[in-house]
Design a protein around this ligand. Sequence first.
Ligand code: BGC
Length: 805
Amino acid sequence: MKNAEIIAKLNLEQKCALLSGAGTFTTRGCPKGGVPSITLSDGPNGVRKQAGAADHLGLNPSVPATCFPTAATVACSWDPALGEQLGQAMGEEAAAQEVAVLLGPGLNTKRSPLCGRNFEYFSEDPYLSGKLAAAYVRGIQSNGIAACPKHFAVNSQELRRMASDSVVDERTLRELYLTGFEIVVKEAHPKTIMSSYNLVNGTYANENAHLLQDILRKDWGFDGAVVTDWGGSNDHALGVKNGSTLEMPAPGGDAVRELLKAVETGKISESDVDARLDELLTLVLDTHAAVENHSRSFDADAHHALARRAAAESVVLLKNDGDLLPLAAGASVAVIGDFAETPRYQGAGSSAVNSIKVDTFLDCLKDSGLHSVGFAAGFDRQGKPDDAKKAEAVALAKKADTVLLCLGLDEIKESEGLDRADMKLADNQIELLQAVQQANPNTVVIVSAGASLETPWLAHCRALVYGALGGQAGAGAMVDVLTGKINPSGKLAETWANAHDDTPARDNFAGAGRTVQYREGLYVGYRYYQTAGVPVAFPFGYGLSYTSFAYSELKADARSVTLTVTNTGSRAGAEIVQVYAAKPDAQIFRPAQELKAFTKVWLEAGESKTVTLPLDDKAFRYWNTKTDSWEVEGGTYELRVGANSADIRLTAAVEVNGTSAPNPYAGKALPHYTSGKVQRVPDDEWEILLGHPIPADTVKIDRNMTLGELNHSRSPLCWLVWAVLTGLLNASYKRGKPNLNVMFQYNMPLRALAKMTNGAISMGMVDGIVLEAKGFWVIGLLKVIVEAVKNIILNAQLESRLRNS
Ligand code: BGC
């Protein structure tokens, strides 16, 4: 143990106390024991340190910081070096604000385009997500503070996010949902990791020994601190036993007593507590010292410039008929669309940054050299039809050579806590596009959105530019791309399907009951579309440039791929080269091809460069459920080098030595998984893959019943709570602005009442509520009252002992 001396001086109560938070974003200290308190803050695209009232939903204001582009945006740069610079800058701002742990990056696999937090995650591909997240972590931690990659693991929906059980087969778990985290842990050594809210195969992630002990700590060698998501602790003692270090935010004395009792009754041992405390002390002491020694200021202008460069590198040019773009200096443009005036540049929820300043498209256009004939908002942001706005925009469109039409998703369409209902742009925006295009066919659509969209309207524009959520400097980056100052080089980090109906998890997302079935298995994103032969609007890895590139001279073996890339056009530019591995004669079913390496090459006009892309241990492996380990199927593989997943330019066959493991699927009928046609996998086939029966999905009256399920209780009081919450939620939907706070409470399990109220509610009181819900109205109510009094007295005594010891 690294901190044996400190630990030896603490009594059991002090030790247990240190393993949960003191406030919404602070840990407990023990000044006499030499343990300082540290601050943790969101988040993944900039620091959200709350100086006043703190919350975990981004509701109260925070200290101004640079709002960098969100992860979904930067993922389109495919540039880990850029990710590292962003991490470095965010970490610098965090340390300057005395933040010891920055809660990010988020790298959950984008299982469905509808997940409300997709804007906060990198990709549908775990390799790309892992490489970028590792770069962020290296950058953040170069300041001596800790990064906190999140949410570990299989956390791909917002509905019932604190109480849903992700049912996933072991191979899919390893290959799709854990590989990104494995890359981060092994390549960037984060000092912390955040366990997710959900259960994985029946056990909460935060107390899941398979995830936290077997895989994270033993297989990957993680020796840092596991931090719960806010309110994500279910059984604190089990969490500690199974590898979770710090419960957040501030569960109060109850959590301390729970641990003490668990040690006293032998549920866990004191050495479990010591092991976790050792991890925590290493984190606290290291990062506290780093924060103490760090400068209290940073160069906000330099960070704004970096944010602009990052946004520019991430812009994806999706369509450019007749080379409409870039626009020549002096070209006349009509600027249409509310987003030009009021940018949509970040997501909602805990990642929302109080930006130091925010550029707007209209302002940035002033210095662009383009001649603007005027601006019209064109549509109501929340989707209400507005003929007057439309008519004004159409009239304006006629006055210019080109229309710059700024469309996108409004603030509430994609948010933490709330999945998207569909993949559509609002009808009023599509109607506007059609009307504007009739008035002026030279229409460029500029999209602000943190996730993929259906594009049935694509024929109505000549150019389409995706800026994602570009951060506080995103508008200037977009102007640079439109004018050709920057040659776009971004490529999509997620497939744009033709329609939501085509997506693989369509029928199992978002799981509305206790369980969410990951029936589609390995076939997420391009793995599905390419294997099942489903056409898409824009494939994974797609993006155009103002120049063109040629690929030649491929040489490959099982360790690396070497090729020459030439800029064959007349402008400097960058090309993202992607390497996919395929095994057309595979005996073990697998996706048609999978990303195994990528690089970004900067080339002057006419320039050629020879690049070598190393292949690592992940290039040919698959998870074998019979041997319970990574294996390699031997034989011939195709290494396909492409400009995107559907535009393969060069292919090499390589021989790979296998590990001769038995085929875990021998004699089993898995036709859907073999063909990749997984939208409708029958129960019996899903059970074969899963290796056990599909778990039952019934509402139970227990600590983990959500407030939104209280209508299933047997208590009028609980029904009333349910009716009030449901009423508030529905009313907010009707107003077109879902109330995130109410949404959070609706999806919150009863036990979270004891985890999110700074100690005001204890687990004993929750058990009273459960009794009440079960129909024991009087006993339940009495228990709540007795436990409340007990809680107040015990908390006061505990806090006084901790203060004085
Ligand atoms: C989110 C985390 C976040 C935490 C603290 C939670 O609701 O899921 O991503 O870091 O709040 O704000």
